[in-house]
Structures are given as C-alpha cells and as structure tokens.
Design a protein around this ligand. Structure first.
Ligand SMILES: Cc1cc2nc3c(=O)[nH]c(=O)nc-3n(C[C@H](O)[C@H](O)[C@H](O)COP(=O)(O)OP(=O)(O)OC[C@H]3O[C@@H](n4cnc5c(N)ncnc54)[C@H](O)[C@@H]3O)c2cc1C
Length: 264
C-alpha cells in the first residue's frame, strides 16, 4: 500500500476542517486536508444549510467569534471589512432573533474555499473524494490514517491528526472514549421545493400537512417545519423530516437516508 507523509492531517473539510487546515498552513506546517465530498464546506455546501450561527453575542449584537469564520464572511462579501457587529451585515442576510447570518450562494462558498486552499498550496494540499476509513495507533497516538479514494487505499503518516469529521470518526476508531446522547438525535433530510409562491400562511399550511401525515401514520416524526426562502424567492428550503436512526451504523444510516427521502 502507498504511504504518504505530512506534518498535519485534517480529516473532514467542513467549516471546522477548513479553519484547521488554513490555520495549520498559515503557521507553516505541511498540511493535508482530506474530504469525502468533492468540495469543502460540510453542512453548508453538502446539505445546503447556509447558516453561520454562534459568532454573535445576541444581547450586544457584537461578533465574539472572529478569526477564519469572520474572514470567510468578509471574503464572501457578506461582512464589511472591519465588521464588528450584526449591524455591519446586510439586513436581508441576518436573522436578528438568532443573532445569525446566512450565505446566499453555497456554490460561491465552494469556490472560495478552493481558492483559499490553492492560495496556500506551498503548505496545504487537499484530496477531495477521499474517505478516512481506519487508523493505526502507536504508543497511544494516531500514527497513520488509512484513506480510500480512486487511487485505492493509502496510508497517511502524520505527526498530528485533527479529527474534523463532525462524527469523531478518527477519535472513535483510535479507541478514545466517545459518548453519544441517549436517546440519539433523529436525522434530518433537508430538501428544497421550487415554484412556491410564499404567502403569510405558508408555514401554517405546511405544518397542517405534516400533522395530517403524522396522524395518518405516513410520517413517524417531524420538526417545525423550518422554512426559508434563502436561495431564490420562489424556492422553499424545508427543514422538517426527522428519522430516528444511528448515523454511526452504516446499515441504519442507509435505511434512514431512504426513509428521509421518502418522507421528503
Ligand atoms: C439538522 C441540523 C441543523 C443545524 N442547523 C444549524 C444552523 O442553523 N446553524 C448553525 O450554525 N449550525 C447548525 N447545525 C450545526 C452545524 O451543522 C455544525 O455545527 C457544523 O456543521 C459543524 O461543522 P463541522 O465542520 O464540525 O462538521 P460538518 O459540517 O459536518 O463537516 C464534516 C465534514 O467531514 C466530512 N467527513 C465526515 N466523515 C469523513 C471521513 N470519514 N472521511 C473524510 N471526510 C469525512 C464530511 O463530508 C463533512 O464535509 C445544524 C446541524 C444539523 C444536523
């Protein structure tokens, strides 16, 4: 099996992985980022859920988390240079109630993260379509991670491995103690419906449909619904399905995906 070496290996290219990879490369470490999708961004781009929560202190409206998160918002043209508070953001991209803002174009987010990775190409490389699938532990440390992609299996030896899989895959396989909530949170399959004319009652109408489907036994569980028209005026993004399942079990995850699609 082929072996490659790096100083820092980041597994998972969601927001956490992108921030870790840029930070590592900017601090001079030879860094490899691997991501199972064909792009970075995790839930923002793979799901299309475009919210950036948790950066703002709600009572004062000021940014309390800055760093690469704020840099991304600035490079996307959402936050003004030197933005200090929610008032420095375009009002139509802000939900004051949550103290959060959203990214109206997730394709732009993919291109931006590609550009940032390429800007650091002397230190930072990325392998998309690459899944971390096992680890080698030596003397209580993760010495190597096995990745699977179109090249087959590759061992990546790294001095430091950072688990940004969102699921703690690396930590779990390495034998670190991990916990999961009981009961497990149900899984959500977000979806979009085109050609919707939004009216004042849209949400109530959608809720009525969900309640009816639940009563008739066609829908085991549901949320909200949360409806947003973030991407186009006539396209409704729906956050409503809730499938009880264990996403760390491949067979159960597959069953949930099929069920979620049916529910959608
Ligand atoms: C239903 C739902 C609604 C949410 N709503 C909001 C919201 O409105 N606002 C908000 O701020 N947050 C929200 N969150 C939380 C938000 O999704 C997370 O806080 C955020 O995604 C965490 O970022 P991350 O980079 O750690 O993980 P992720 O975004 O999950 O990224 C993990 C990345 O790792 C990759 N990966 C996973 N396993 C492997 C592997 N073995 N090998 C290679 N790559 C791998 C994945 O493809 C993915 O790109 C929501 C979460 C859910 C589930």
């Amino acid at each position: 099996m082929k072996t490659i070496q790096t100083c820092v290996l980041i597994c998972g290219g969601g927001c956490a992985g992108i921030a870790a990879a840029l930070s590592s490369a900017r601090n001079g470490a030879k860094t490899l980022l691997i991501e199972r999708a064909g792009f970075s961004g995790g839930i923002i781009t793979a799901v299309g859920l475009p919210y950036f929560d948790g950066l703002i202190d709600k009572p004062s409206g000021r940014f309390v988390v800055k760093g690469i998160a704020l840099e991304l918002l600035q490079r996307l043209g959402i936050a003004k240079p030197g933005a200090k508070s929610i008032d420095d953001l375009p009002p139509d991209l802000v939900t004051k109630y949550w103290g959060s803002m959203w990214i109206p174009n997730v394709e732009h987010f993919k291109v931006l993260t590609d550009d940032l990775i390429l800007q650091h190409k002397d230190k930072l490389s990325v392998l998309y379509h690459s899944v971390a699938c096992d680890v080698e532990v030596k003397e209580g440390r993760v010495a190597a991670v096995l990745i699977a992609n179109k090249d087959g299996l590759t061992r990546v030896e790294a001095k430091q491995v950072i688990d940004c899989t969102g699921d703690g895959d690396i930590a779990h396989w390495a034998g670190c103690p991990t916990i999961s909530s009981k009961p497990l949170m149900p899984l959500t399959l977000h979806f979009r419906i085109g050609n919707v004319v939004p009216v004042k009652e849209t949400k109530d109408m959608a809720k009525k449909v969900l309640i009816e489907a639940h009563k008739e036994g066609r829908l085991v569980n549901f949320y909200g619904p949360g409806l947003i028209f973030a991407f186009a005026k006539d396209e409704c993004y729906v956050h409503a399905t809730r499938v009880p399942a264990d996403a760390t079990n491949a067979a159960d995850f597959t069953r949930a995906e099929i069920q979620g699609r049916k529910d959608a």
